[in-house]
Design a protein around this ligand. Sequence first.
Ligand SMILES: [Zn+2]
Length: 129
Amino acid sequence: MTKKDREIIFDKYGGKCAYCGCDLVKGWHADHIDPVVRDFKWDRSSGRYKQTGTCQNPENDVLENYNPSCASCNIQKNSFTLEQFRKNIEQFVSSLNDYSTQYKFAKRYGLVIETGIDVKFYFEKIEDN
Ligand SMILES: [Zn+2]
């Protein structure tokens, strides 16, 4: 990817993460909207998986398929599609209710209020306006 490509991607939503809408900072990621699933193979000498340089969806590795993303959204999105990513985020509240005592306490004391709203990505809010 060229520096110019990164500039185009960065400017797509005015320097904001396409998903959460935070201001992008140094180290921001260029996310494949439709995932490119990279191929890995086990490297015995390093004891780690290494990228082979090939992927299962090379047709998705085009400029139009990139969104600017903060590191945490991109890492959480992983190789999910947009709808898989949305469902992943939507289940966080239920998971917190099932497993986090601190979250349940915070909720009981009114520090956290669940809204039940649908997950809407920043780029979708922009497109609606
Ligand atoms: Zn983000």
